[in-house]
Design a protein. Structure first.
Ligand code: AHG
Ligand code: MN
Ligand code: MN
Length: 345
């Protein structure tokens, strides 16, 4: 007997039955994002040929500068979504201001926020990059979307997801009914369900943080990371596997890839606040484009996301590009990080 093959389209349609009021618009919006992801994936795969073929970031044979991949990814997502009538407004990590829907196109009831290419510096060294997206409902009264629609707390998301362009391209998403992962089969150009109902282990074995910043962190974070590295002789067994300290360190420098590994294998990703750059007192990562969507996913998978003192999902954004410290992953690990921060600051 052959295994059941579930394409992402079939999965979206099957999920739609959980939302009897849904008109199919939402399903189509997810499908538009999956299509944009396939186009970005194609370009990411060719990136190493840039110097040879004149692709992203290089000069082409006419001597013109070819679009960089983060600009390409950004424009692909915007062009794929601005005319469909499903969205009322967008915002991107790459664009300083809001992205209105052009006047000639109808305005829809959803809001799309995205980080088009996460970990973009890894492109040059052939390591994984990603895309992150977050979907809200329109809440403003006007005929078109406004900033109010974009500045919503994470718990109001209706869906969120990411695409990791790794050794395979995968799309992982949740619309509030668990977390599901799809692997792109490049030979047929379809995302196929490969990881149904992902659950993050309650405690992990990995910690992911840029430890080069150690001396710029607060005392709580420093002590927590010291704790993760300190051997604990009492080995715990969970499902037959030894877990405990020291944790193993894994850090790619692409949030999506680090998060994805920890989601599947268990662990904690941290980007704490640091005193390295006085212009960025709240760490590096962005609440709307990075922290909130991944928080939605991790909670759906049984994990947690915190800024060290409160849940990411409950933070009311004040501005589009606001940054936030992030501790995300297995729930016991995030809880432990909060304990240290609570005690030592
Ligand atoms: P982006 O490429 O979208 O700007 O994001 C990069 C982020 C994130 O992916 C990663 O976790 C972090 O930057 C790494 O920062 P450091 O180099 O400071 O560790
Ligand atoms: Mn990013
Ligand atoms: Mn980015």
């Amino acid at each position: 007997m052959t295994a059941k093959i579930i394409t992402i389209e079939r999965h979206f349609l099957e999920q739609q039955r959980f939302f009897p009021q849904a008109s199919g618009e939402f399903t189509n919006l997810l499908y538009d994002i999956a299509l944009a992801a396939k186009i970005i994936s194609r370009e990411v795969n060719k990136a190493g040929l840039a110097g040879i073929l004149g692709l992203a970031g290089a000069e082409n044979i006419q001597g013109e500068q070819v679009m960089k991949l983060d600009v390409f990814a950004n424009e692909t997502i915007i062009r794929m979504n601005d005319h469909t009538g499903r969205l009322c407004i967008m915002a991107s990590e790459e664009i300083a201001d809001i992205i209105p829907i052009p006047e000639q196109y109808p305005c829809g009831k959803y809001v799309l926020v995205f980080d088009p290419l996460d970990g973009s510096s890894n492109i040059d060294v052939n390591a994984s990059v990603g895309t992150i997206f977050s979907i809200h409902r329109k809440v403003s009264d006007g005929p078109r979307g406004s900033l109010e629609d974009l500045l919503q707390p994470g718990y109001k998301q209706v869906a969120a997801g990411y695409i990791v362009y790794g050794s395979s391209t995968m799309m992982v998403y949740s619309s509030g009914q668990g977390v599901h992962g799809f692997t792109l089969d490049p030979t047929v150009g379809e995302f196929l369900l490969s990881h149904p109902d992902i659950q993050i282990p309650p405690r992990g074995k990995y910690y992911s943080v840029n430890e080069g910043n150690y001396h710029y962190w607060g005392e709580g974070v420093r002590r927590y990371v010291d704790y993760l590295k300190t051997p604990d002789p009492s080995i715990m067994l969970r499902a037959g596997e030894a877990i405990g300290r020291p944790y193993s360190s894994r850090y790619m420098g692409t949030l999506v890839a680090d998060f994805h590994r920890n989601l599947l294998a268990g662990g904690i990703f941290m980007y704490p606040a640091d005193s390295k750059d006085p212009r960025k007192p709240r760490g590096k990562l962005r609440l709307l484009y990075e922290a909130a969507p991944l928080a939605f996913i991790v909670e759906q998978a049984g994990g947690r996301a915190s800024d060290g003192t409160q849940d990411i999902m409950h933070i009311q954004p004040a501005s589009l590009h606001q940054r936030v410290p992030l501790f995300i992953g297995s729930r016991e690990d995030v809880g432990k990080a909060e304990e240290f921060i609570g005690e030592f600051g």
